[in-house]
Design a protein around this ligand. Sequence first.
Ligand SMILES: [Zn+2]
Length: 507
Amino acid sequence: MLLSPRAQARPYRSGTRRTRSTRSRGLASALLASAVSVCLVAAGAPPTPLGVGDRLFPHLGNPGYDVASYDLALTYSGSNTEPLQAVTTIDGWTTDTLERINLDFAHGDVQSVQVDGETADFATAGEDLVITPADPLPRGDWMRVTVRHTSDPVSAKGRDGGWVRTADGLAMANQADAAHLVFPCNDHPSDKAMFTVRVTAPNGYTAVANGLPTDVDRAGRATTWTYRTLHPMATELAQVSIGRSAVLHREGPHGLPVRDVVPAKDREALEPWLKKTPDQIAWMESKVGPYPFETYGVLVADTVTGFELETQTLSLFEKGLFTEPAYPKWYVESIMVHELAHQWFGNSVSPRTWSDLWLNEGHATWYEALYAQEKKDDRTLEARMKAAYGASDRWRTAGGPPGAPKPPAPGQKIGIFRANVYDGAALVLFALREEIGVEAFDRLERTWLTDHRDGTAGTADFVRLAGQVSGRDLGSFFQHWLYDEKTPPMPGHPEWKPVAPAVKAPE
Ligand SMILES: [Zn+2]
């Protein structure tokens, strides 16, 4: 989402919020003119969960509005089993006439809802909070929705994600479909917005969120910490850390503020890893161009998640990645670079749908592997890609081809994050580089990031740009590489073949 074009698209001349009475007059004429035909729901229909039609997560997101900003105010009691008290305020534009506003929200109690300051009715339908304002909202209107609710850090049965409980507090892991387990939102990466996060916690805790701090307010036994993003962000990338944390500051390239958040007691042990970040940022900038955000840093959580996550400006890592002696150094560093690379691929440029996930993970895996090759000379990208080629057909069978991943299986933690969109998708990028050459490939990567910075883009956009940059029609190339059941022959390496899996010894 880019704020300025939307402002240009405003159908009203005034730059200020309109009052209820002008809204009602505007609505009356709109209703007369259109005979209510543009209303999304008929009055009196039962509340229904809606989505934006994502092939993999049909219930995510909601039609009819575009969020401009979220303001999350969270109050943490110091207990990881007690729900937080929360107020979520959403400012946005209606893109249709709305008799109801659907938000995604599925794991907390809603106490009250206001629309433009007036009390609104609400009901739950599926994983949606369905709000009925006193008056319908006309198309093109500025709206403010305020929801008072709780936010439960204890996972619902069989449903991980959202809050992550750590040894000393909480962190957040919303990808792909769990932000709405924490706060009411339009939970789809196609609707990016600005975020302000305010966390009130007992003194002794430190709270950090995406973006930069704007205020710390100590009052009695509690402190309120406020953070604001300078760039739009998808809900899946929100991060709020509350803990007995040390916040470490250092300088990155061009004076970029680098801020790490770690358990205070582990600060010294983690420093050898944390100090690598500025050089990693410089390395990424040498490959793809300027770092896209206002700050970066590593959030180390004392818990077992089984994943790391590229939450915007503050990537989440489980402590075990840095303390497990069995992991080689090059491996740990390359995982750090993977999450860092997502700040460009996946965060600055967000996927239009979750089927575009290969663009996130394929690129992050690509730079992860390239870093390992350049920094550790015995790990070549080509060897890794040859091994990926050997396994690619099996990955496609298990998870679908990279451009059309299979939906997440119910109850399976891994969701859509399968090998087909990691090394399987990096393999597509390798094939592309073999096909169009290193120079065109590098230009494509940089152009992609500048063309879509702070925006949303999908597979068709990437295919089109690759064609423009290379001066070639790559439609058939991508059709086979992204959507075929079997992996196409590798350009320049006709000798690469699928490899049968090693026969497992009987257990
Ligand atoms: Zn990743």
